[in-house]
Ligand binder design. Structure first.
Ligand SMILES: Cc1c2[nH]c(c1CCC(=O)O)Cc1[nH]c(c(CCC(=O)O)c1C)Cc1[nH]c(c(CCC(=O)O)c1C)Cc1[nH]c(c(C)c1CCC(=O)O)C2
Length: 414
């Protein structure tokens, strides 16, 4: 259940954050649509951002990559900042958030594993974990601030460069997804090696998952302290697990991250920020549990019908669902869980007319869409893929602005 004390602290610290901006550490925010939607509030249109919005579909990213290796881009704050800003510049006024350019695999690197990014192939671990004995190769104590301080620097620099245009999102991978990479040694079709660990070494797997969760929580706290205004946890391979295994080997560690981050931020004098959980492929069997895992926003992939997800989440979180859609009071006990998503990224290969039609379907409640009552952030159901024409993404973003405004003004006329 949503913790009322934490939620109260959240709104208290959110005010503190606003004060911090006023006192000049960072420029004041000019577009807070996404933060309001994430706190369960009504918005005049649906805010939108895109998973992997800084990436290979952009010619300006590919150009920069010609002269810089992938992890050099992640580790060099000025390059990470520049790449983060590329989609914000190109889609000026159309994106409601930036996401810091980095990768989920910087966490396994910080834990002591080597990771390289091979051209055309993706991530590669030369020495993955084979048996639990290999966990001895991981650093015993990890100074996250030291190992990943370059991400914090990139965040602070980018937040200043954004000059309050839109909020900046930080992120990390989920423990199960990171464990899968650390054992498979890269991408995989069936995840046989990583799953074998869950069956043959369940206790050791839990030790590893908790170790990763602790690093992720530290890392997210550091990102927020550095200036991230919202964070997302990517459990990209959640759908590889059976319902029982998802609840045993993924969900507890997602919960652990959310509660640790909120508690640690509430105890320090840093503002709590909205947290998004993206457990791709697990929504069909575990949406109620995911919506109660301690996150403010649940990101959906395209296998779930928006209106159905809305009902399921509201039923699973009655305290939050009853509350608010228009402007929560500061001392509100809980806010409505927001939803994010969820168009199939492949639609972006289709014509602009087809894209608009799918946006109508995604947004209009009479078509099973999210509707216009707020607590909603538009996005894709997974990351944008490298072959998409950037003009098609522009058509998608424009359609979201236009149609979600239409829905809201129609509601206002009723
Ligand atoms: C599973 C995962 C990874 N990384 C990430 C995930 C979770 C999201 C998802 O499921 O899509 C997360 C990620 N990776 C990247 C970002 C940047 C921020 C953003 O714009 O969203 C984010 C949020 C940059 C990147 N990460 C990577 C690239 C392309 C690398 C290149 O330039 O060659 C970018 C822009 C490389 C990467 N990194 C990873 C893979 C499998 C690959 C290769 C395949 C691919 O490109 O999708 C691991």
């Amino acid at each position: 259940m949503v913790n009322p004390i934490l939620t109260h602290l959240n709104s208290f610290t959110a005010r503190k954050q606003d004060e911090m901006c006023k006192t000049g550490q960072f420029p004041g925010l000019r577009n807070d649509l996404i933060l309001r939607a994430a706190r369960g509030q009504h918005t005049e249109r649906a805010p939108v951002w895109i998973m992997r919005q800084a990436g290979r579909y952009l010619p300006e990213f590919r150009k920069l990559r010609e002269s810089h290796d992938f992890f050099t881009c992640c580790r060099t704050p000025s390059l990470a900042c520049e790449i983060t800003l590329q989609p914000i510049r190109r889609y000026s006024g159309l994106l409601d958030a930036a996401i810091i350019f980095s990768d989920i695999l910087v966490v396994p690197q910080a834990m002591g594993l080597e990771v390289e990014m091979l051209p055309q192939k993706g991530p590669h671990f030369p020495d993955p974990l084979e048996t639990p004995k290999d966990m001895d190769r991981l650093h015993k104590k990890i100074d996250v601030n030291k190992e990943l301080g370059y991400v914090y620097e990139a965040i602070t620099m980018t937040r200043k460069e954004l000059a309050g245009e839109v909020p900046l999102i930080g992120f990390c991978g989920a423990p199960w997804t990171l464990m899968a990479y650390m054992i498979e040694g890269g991408g995989s079709k069936g995840f046989e090696k990583a799953k074998r660990w869950l069956f043959d070494y369940p206790e050791e797997s839990k030790v590893l998952l908790q170790k990763i969760a602790d690093v992720c929580a530290d890392f997210l706290v550091g990102q927020v302290k550095a200036g991230a205004q919202m964070v997302q946890v990517f459990d990209s391979w959640a759908g590889e697990l059976s319902p029982a295994n998802f609840r045993t080997f993924s969900l507890p560690y997602l919960r652990s991250i959310a509660s640790t981050v909120n508690e640690r931020l509430a105890c320090s004098s840093t503002a709590c920020v909205p947290m998004i959980i993206f457990a791709k492929g697990a929504l069909g069997h575990s949406l109620p549990e995911i919506s109660r895992a301690g996150y403010d926003v649940v990101a959906l992939d395209w296998t779930v019908e928006p209106a159905v997800a809305r009902r399921v989440v509201d039923l699973a979180t009655p305290g939050s669902a009853a509350k608010i859609s228009k402007g929560a009071a500061d001392n509100e006990a809980a806010h409505r869980i927001a939803l994010q998503g969820n168009m199939d990224p492949s639609v972006l290969y289709a014509s602009k007319e087809a894209i608009e039609k799918e946006v109508e379907r995604m947004l209009r409640s009479k078509k099973g869409g999210f509707g216009g009552e707020g607590a909603y952030i538009a996005n894709l159901g997974h990351g944008i893929t490298p072959g998409v024409d950037p003009e098609n993404l522009k058509a998608y973003l424009k359609a979201i602005h236009r149609i979600s405004r239409e829905i809201n003004s129609e509601k206002g006329d009723e």
